[in-house]
Design a protein around this ligand. Structure first.
Ligand code: S3P
Length: 190
């Protein structure tokens, strides 16, 4: 096949451990992660889905019935379980990397990628679904702005930062793979 016409044909990477996508709600962790996993041929895991499955209820219900502290406790346990399963793409909930224990475990066992987007992108994407309890506590744009300010210094501790733009998700997937290749070429473990 003419690879010149298909320049991304061979753009992939063989993972030796999990790649963990971190970032604020609406960064595109799940959407991009699913596509990335299929591209690099490893399982896709979504921490939010795993929490809902383990609890047998939605995240909104966990927040409402048990409160955020209980949700965070479940999130920490689920992250620890998923990180022990070998190479995969793991999309995290936006608050997971804020937990000191989880962050230390991610640092030790995985390669972390911060999907970074601007406020307008977070606002637009999160407005498409009504499933995030934290954004119901007030004006979603103000909450997201505050969270960007509070959390960005922590997200920035990820091994790699990739801009999540409003273009096709596939562009972000390719950017992540190139960033992983570069990280490995500089001695990072991927
Ligand atoms: C949260 C983000 C959500 C979900 C929960 C709390 C957060 O995940 O885990 O609503 O604290 O930022 P997404 O980032 O996948 O929306």
């Amino acid at each position: 096949m003419n690879t010149r016409r298909f320049p991304f044909q061979r753009l992939s990477i063989k993972l030796t451990r999990p790649v963990v996508l971190v970032g604020l709600m609406g960064a595109g962790k799940s959407t991009t992660g699913r596509r990335l996993a299929s591209r690099v041929k490893v399982p896709f895991e979504d921490a939010d889905d795993a929490i809902e499955e383990a609890a047998g209820m939605t995240i909104a219900d966990i927040f409402e019935i048990y409160g955020e502290a209980e949700f965070r406790d479940g999130e920490r346990k689920v992250m620890s379980r998923l990180l022990g399963q070998g190479p995969c793409i793991l999309a995290t909930g936006g608050g997971a990397f804020m937990n000191d224990e989880t962050r230390a475990l991610v640092k030790e066992t995985a390669t972390s990628v911060w999907l970074k987007a601007d406020l307008a992108t977070h606002v637009r994407r999160t407005s498409l679904r009504d499933n995030r309890p934290i954004l119901k506590r007030g004006n979603p744009e103000e909450i997201l702005k505050k969270l960007i300010d509070e959390r960005s210094p922590i997200y920035a501790q990820a091994d790699i930062t990739v801009e999540s733009t409003d273009g096709p998700h596939q562009d972000t997937v390719f950017q992540i793979i190139r960033a992983l290749q570069k990280f490995r070429s500089k001695g990072g473990t991927v």
